[in-house]
Design a protein around this ligand. Structure first.
Ligand code: THU
Length: 134
């Protein structure tokens, strides 16, 4: 069902700039209006400015005024066979705009298959707007 989105993540991985870790990641974020925003990880010699593929895709979308999403596909890893789940920071960034049902597809680039999970499973008890407003 999300095969196209999975393939978009694999393609986005091609632009990854990861000379330090060699760990290339691509992401493809499906908006509620059907648009797809892609991202790749972008590393930095000072390390901490490094950004993950998922946040690049998310911030590209939000910066274009898009805030409603259905799913994200993530394709990453040194060999691209083993699937990669979004890091904790990316889970939190996604939780700002996406609910527990938001789909997360973990793509194996080499094998072309993906596992489907949900943000609520990856980040239970997310800290959200509700918590900060009291
Ligand atoms: N990375 C991502 O792009 N997404 C993740 O969910 C996990 C980690 C990147 C950051 C860094 O460039 C490299 O993978 C190794 O951590």
């Amino acid at each position: 069902m999300y095969k196209e989105l999975a393939l978009a993540a694999v393609k986005a991985r091609g632009a990854a700039y990861a000379p330090y870790s060699g760990f290339k990641v691509g992401a493809a974020l499906l908006a509620a209006d059907g648009r797809v925003f892609t991202g790749c990880n972008i590393e930095n010699s000072a390390f901490s400015p490094t950004v993950c593929a998922e946040r690049v895709a998310l911030f590209k979308a939000v910066s274009e005024g898009v805030r409603e999403f259905k799913a994200i596909a993530v394709a990453g890893g040194k060999d691209g066979v083993v699937t990669t789940a979004p890091c904790g920071v990316c889970r939190q960034a996604l939780a700002e705009f996406c609910g527990a049902e938001f789909k997360v597809l973990l793509v194996s680039c080499a094998e072309g298959r993906y596992e489907e999970t949900a943000l609520g499973k990856l980040l239970p008890c997310a800290f959200t707007e509700k918590d900060i407003r009291g």
